[in-house]
Design a protein around this ligand. Structure first.
Ligand SMILES: N[C@@H](CCC(=O)N[C@@H](CS)C(=O)NCC(=O)O)C(=O)O
Length: 243
């Protein structure tokens, strides 16, 4: 996990146009709709009940304000109201859920937070490396995508086994581990939907389908136009599904 948040310049007047219900400036989230890391950050923010100003980023044309806040240039990035910057998706999830966690995502029914974080680490490490090479073999010197797909099978099968006696990875309600991994497993499933559907992982397939059909998923996948400097971002989650 990242070091303590760095400080960015406090928000200027032009950046405070999206306001919370009490008229206060909101934390800013730089995000990209289809990025699985940004998706997990939006999931936690939406589940927490917090609100932020969402600035949709075009990755090919990153706004200077994003790079100023976090020179490494990845999304998601959260700039809190005091100027603190959090530029790791898992840290943004924890930031939101430690403030408000009405669904108990940090308190799984089975095991503790460390057990969930261990699964997230497996996802972000070996699984993500294999996912990238399976999805984009040409970016990695034309490696065999199928070999990387197959190397990911034991981990996915282990998740399926966890779901044998419960609906979610750590109990009968969703928690951090489900929400931090689901965007990546969705990406993996979508590389070759037929192949994924043909695997003997009915429980994992149902878990994924259930998540993708959930109102929370619809809420975090709403489309926003790219943010332009000097303009307000969008309220996230929106006040109404069409806002
Ligand atoms: N470890 C970071 C990874 C974030 C990341 O790699 N995001 C990708 C998009 S999915 C990105 O911004 N890549 C930079 C680029 O494509 O220019 C996190 O968890 O937030």
């Amino acid at each position: 996990m990242a070091a303590p948040p760095a400080k960015a310049a406090p928000l200027g007047a032009a950046e405070t146009l999206v306001q919370g219900q009490g008229g206060e400036a909101l934390p800013i989230l730089y995000s990209f709709r289809r990025c699985p890391y940004a998706m997990r950050a939006r999931l936690a923010i939406a589940a927490s009940g917090l609100r932020c100003e969402l600035r949709e980023v075009a990755l090919r044309d990153k706004p200077p304000a994003l790079l100023e806040a976090s020179p490494k240039g990845t999304v998601p990035v959260l700039v809190d109201r005091d100027g603190s910057v959090i530029d790791e998706s898992l840290d943004i999830m924890l930031w939101a859920l430690r403030r408000r966690d009405p669904g108990g995502w940090l308190r799984a029914e089975i095991g503790g937070l460390d057990d969930m974080l261990a699964v997230v680490e497996q996802c972000d490490g070996d699984f993500k490396r294999r996912l990238d090479r399976y999805k984009y073999p040409q970016r990695y010197g034309d490696v065999s995508g199928a070999a990387y797909r197959d190397a990911a099978v034991p981990w996915l099968a282990s998740l399926d086994a966890m779901l044998e006696s419960r609906l979610f990875l750590f109990g009968n309600r969703p928690a951090l581990a489900d929400m931090a991994t689901a965007p990546f497993i969705r990406q993996f499933a979508h590389v070759d939907k037929e192949w994924f559907a043909s695997q003997p992982w009915a429980r994992l397939q149902n878990w994924l389908a259930g998540w993708m059909q959930s109102p929370l998923f619809s809420q975090i996948m709403l489309k926003f136009p790219p943010w332009k400097a000097g303009e307000p971002g969008r309220l996230f989650p929106p006040a109404s599904p069409t806002a």
